[in-house]
Design a protein around this ligand. Structure first.
Ligand code: ZN
Length: 166
């Protein structure tokens, strides 16, 4: 049925990268545009470090392997929340962590953390889209999930209405 994902083809899987920290990693080269896997899980109201925001108040408690996909400020994959597809946007080498930008899917994260993605565009502390600087928000605008985009447009509306009151 359909295209097999890189995970199903065992080109990628979960690896313990120390201190029981699990990471979804490429075992073989993955090319740009390749389907890495599709997000699955139960829909829940309570967010956690393993959920992905799917609407204003709902989250998906994502199962392996996407559950263990780490964040990067300059990621090699994008997660399409609507279809659940995690797709490579860069060539991924064997041994590299598979990553996406959590700020494209999470408005306000349950657990904040210090990023060590080592990208020169690293934002440092990751707390969700809400906390990005205005220029950082603009940069990732085309990559946002629908509900984050909606939140962003609401923020813009608020700014405009604040200005018109002044
Ligand atoms: Zn970073």
């Amino acid at each position: 049925m359909g295209v097999k994902t890189a995970f199903q083809l065992e080109k990628a899987g979960i690896k313990n990268i120390g201190k029981n920290f699990l990471s979804f990693q490429a075992f073989e080269a993955i090319s740009v545009g390749e389907l890495v896997d599709v997000m699955r899980g139960n829909v829940v109201k309570q967010k956690s470090r393993f959920t992905v925001q799917i609407s204003k108040n709902l989250h998906m408690d994502v199962v392996e392997p996407i559950k263990y996909t780490n964040h990067s400020c300059n990621p090699n994959c994008k997660l399409d929340v609507k279809t659940g597809q995690l797709t490579a946007v860069k060539a991924i080498k064997p041994g590299q962590n598979i990553t996406f930008d959590y700020c494209t899917t999470e408005y306000e994260m349950e657990e904040h953390f210090k990023c060590n993605c080592e990208s020169d565009k690293c934002r440092g502390f990751i707390q969700g889209f809400k906390y990005l600087k205005p220029n950082e928000k603009k940069l990732i605008l085309p990559k946002l999930s629908e509900c984050i985009k909606e939140n962003y447009l609401n923020e813009e509306d608020e700014r405009v209405s604040i200005k018109s009151v002044e």
